[in-house]
Design a binder for this molecule. Sequence first.
Ligand SMILES: [Cu+2]
Length: 494
Amino acid sequence: MSSRRGFLQNFLAGAGIFASVKALSAQEASVGHGREQILTKRKREAAESEHGGDSPVPVLTPDVPDLPFRMDGNVKEFHLIAEPVKQEIIPGRVVDLWGYNGSAPGPTIQISKGDRVRVIVDNHLPEATSMHWHGFEVSNEMDGSPGSSQDPIAPGGRFVYEFTLNQEGTYFYHSHMAMQEMMGMIGAFVMHPKESYKPRVDKDFVIIMQEYAILPNINVPNSMNMEFNWLTFNGKSGPATTPLILRHGERVRIRLINLGMDHHPIHLHGHQFVVTGTEGGRQPESTWGPGNTVLVGVAQSRDVEFVANNPGDWMLHCHLPHHMMNQMSSNVGPISRRMGMTMGEGMEQGMGMLRGGNATADENGPSLGRGMGVGSTAEHAMSNSPLSEGSLMQQHEDMPGMQMAPPNVSKNANSVPGFPQDAFMEGPMMAMDQMVDKPENYGLRPGWSGFMAGMMTFVRVLPPDKYDQIMELRQKRQGKKPMPNIPRMEHNNE
Ligand SMILES: [Cu+2]
């Protein structure tokens, strides 16, 4: 009991719940059975008065740290450093992105409505950058528009932003240099209301969607590309994304933020949700209609809320088929049966503009709309792995941590038009359960990781015992490895 409470105190440090737990434990010893209802009410009032109201819970951004702050008088001061980042998107795939304070997306900033905020922005990039506060109602000179509201921040330079924020909602900051956006330069900026919304949520998560075009043999995204092979939630692709862990019955908010070249229809399994907020803030309850897929357009945010009333490991993912894949190149699928493929030779073919013939005509063929030929003029045919029989999922001999299973295809597969579609069908099914092992993945079905890719994660709705087990595991690991700092939510009481 005490260890669980200790965990909760760590996990929710600074949140209203922390104070509630503490207040309850202090009173529990002195109250008997009987007047339960009255006592419950008193406990609640005591808990609320202790932390000055019904505080919202701080948001959690899985796989992304929070940005700590210091108080300078009544000003909350944050420090962001724009810099190159080495980021491991999935185990073994480290890429060169640009982000903030060692992370892409940058660390999450949390403030309360009414706060006076200062953000010191240092530019450690080799070129000028800018910092735009997306959707903030601040004075024009604090908007961070390069050229119009201020000079770009020179390499090695600094700009100090300061404003009072009277908004609530899911906002974000990003470089206003377009190509830098496609290198990763965005971060969440959550403005909490002074009192939590009703109904109050027990958990509040942030997920930022990004996409990169990174060829297999290099580590630098091609920010000019218009098709993408790495799709991320909070800088990780499935199965490296960290699941959202919920106790059965909790009410949850998920704040989805998108900055890239595509719009993402985000779909949740097993539950209906309501959209309670946009990048402009809270939506009136009269607009909340049920759904299970929300389109998050470029530069938008959407808050969804639901009660986790259906136990299980539920997928949360972008529903664009190409956004549920990793390292995708055109060397998979039926194209692999051809003798190589010409890439778009020029702008028109690359962007899929038809001038002559139809989309699959000889002059267009599969190259139509497949990139503008930059850095590649033709792709190579791939040979197919032998479709051999094997045993059940087992450890891979050459790649430690990888598991494999026999290909799950019929004997006449090669005679079926369209085969293969699933890249796994080209060879053994690959999984990497152990390589992405973490407390939040505890208890998932063996081999699960072979079916998670791109913009995918789990919403795990767990019965109390399993929930507690994972929280204990996480607490143990926390002792070994520093976890992202969860800042204390403080209220500006004026
Ligand atoms: Cu998508």
